[in-house]
Ligand binder design. Structure first.
Ligand code: GDP
Length: 189
């Protein structure tokens, strides 16, 4: 099912922005149990989902008055050896999730960030570090300040969300589209 992404990869590798109608490939990364499936269901339930051969979970969202098509990739699998089919190579942007109730998942997010940098050293890839489950205040193991500091260190944006309460989930999707547009616009300029 990765074959449809070939054109996206090749256009990126020769430095051209994707045509406006092609979907942004947004990959959900993170340890098991952090809320990736919950994010995907919220997206599937509310984005203007489209029947498309191009992607499994494709939807149109409006951000700042302009429509954007997102192809959301959940639970990708990859090897430590990164090849072209690896989601670490083929995504346009990444939502890097951890659970604020699970410090191990926070450390895992750091590892994934480092792996991403290794896979795509030359590219400025939009990434948002997402601290999910912020509704579970009494089980918190990772403070907002730690999340923010980690994001600053890793040169990415930061947001806390609750998929259970549907809090800030759309802000995360909108944020990633805004970053993708900034990147597209700076390439066009
Ligand atoms: P995945 O393994 O990353 O896909 O994680 P899931 O989306 O399957 O979520 C794992 C568990 O955490 C499920 O029981 C979800 O209902 C729960 N969950 C996900 N997001 C939240 C959240 O924001 N708050 C709370 N309280 N539970 C959540």
């Amino acid at each position: 099912s990765w074959s449809s992404s070939d054109s996206v990869i090749s256009s990126e590798s020769i430095g051209e922005p994707p045509p406006p109608s092609s979907p942004y490939r947004v990959v959900l990364l993170g340890a098991s149990g952090v809320g990736k499936t919950a994010f995907a269901s919220i997206f599937a339930g509310a984005a203007d989902s489209m029947d498309s051969d191009e992607c499994e979970l494709c939807g149109e969202v409006e951000v700042d008055g302009e429509a954007a098509i997102i192809s959301l990739i959940d639970k990708p699998s990859w090897d430590s050896e990164c090849d072209q089919n690896c989601p670490m190579q083929s995504g346009d942007a990444y939502l890097l999730l951890y659970s604020i109730t699970d410090r191990a998942s926070f450390l895992r997010a750091s590892e994934l960030r480092i792996a991403l940098r290794r896979c795509r050293p030359a590219q400025h890839t939009p990434i948002i570090l997402v601290g999910n489950k912020c509704d579970l205040v009494r089980r918190r193991e990772v403070s907002p300040n730690e999340g923010r500091a980690c994001a600053a260190l890793f040169d990415c944006k930061f947001i806390e969300t609750s998929a259970a309460m549907q809090h800030n989930v759309w802000e995360a999707f909108h944020g990633i589209v805004r970053q993708l547009r900034l990147r597209r616009d700076s390439k066009e300029a």
